[in-house]
Design a protein around this ligand. Sequence first.
Ligand code: NAP
Length: 343
Amino acid sequence: MRQAPVAPSVWWQNRRDARKKHMSKTIHAKIVIIGSGPAGYTAAIYAARAMLDPVMIQGIQPGGQLTVTTDVENYPGFADVVQGPWLMEQMEKQAAHVGTRLVSDHVSSVDLARRPFRLVCESGDIYIAGSLVIATGAQARWLDLSSEQTFRGYGVSACATCDGFFYKGKEVLVIGGGNTAVEEALFLTNFASKVTVVHRRDAFRAERILQERLFRNPKIKVVWNSVLADVRGSENPRKVVGAAIRNLKTGAVTEIPADGIFIAIGHAPATELFAGQVDMKPNGYIRTAPYSTATSVPGVFAAGDVADDVYRQAVTAAGMGCMAALEAERFLAAQHVDSAAAE
Ligand code: NAP
């Protein structure tokens, strides 16, 4: 059975402890893949089968966003609903089975100015890579209210799958109107007595099938044209007690009692590590060439949510991972031909 994801703070502490005992080493690889979601694993499977001996640095949350999802109904190949963590476990096993070297570490800096590329990990290990696939995915976005910050972990969450269990028989709010918000609201009805979805427009962005499920669920109420203005909470113990909700049409502010607030307003690409080194779009996603995963740096490819601000699906991420591996393979082969010609 899969272990529950480790809280990031615990992960960092474990890593720091491990680092004290660790003799850092330098590892050379033809291809390094950063990130272990569907894009990363698919790139690894293709690269391994192309005999490139890929190294995958898995990051803090191996398996990525799907490890904090429950039902997956739209990944082709499964007639029955499958669980996100299970699906990722299969991808990991498949990547390992074909020969990927999986490394539980976190990349802390990269130097893409010259080839081979140089990556330094949190453990102190250094990777020298002939090519690189960036598949670092995306992370949940926050509203950036100061009260949201104050109560994060004390009733404000961005992951219903992780925290929903704590709201048995309680009332919760979900902020957002996309697939994540609707799925989280539906999931939370397994525990909560009442789920109120607060959405800034008068229509959801989520898929119709999910919307229909939501509208049929008697535990869910929707507050349209409204935003979270403030999290109301108490100290000693620190906890959420409600929310101030502002109607964008009338400006009226309503107080809603709640024990938990789930922020589900989309995701932001995890690209900080590459800032200033590869071209990015104004919204922070890595820019790739049309119909390609090639970035502005030859030999560096980007796949999945880190580069895709349009589709953002597990299956499209997997497809991009495949493209990245094939493009990296061609790139490395061309390098080999060039250096052979120079000799
Ligand atoms: P999303 O589709 O971008 O939706 C974000 C939602 O949050 C939108 O409804 C948006 O409102 C709202 N929002 C954004 N900023 C806000 C703000 N500052 N204040 C209030 N509301 C705000 O993000 P997502 O739901 O996380 O989904 C991300 C991607 O993953 C999507 O492509 C989605 O289809 C995919 N996904 C798929 C599944 C599935 O297939 N089962 C499950 C989860 C996610 P507006 O609508 O007004 O813009």
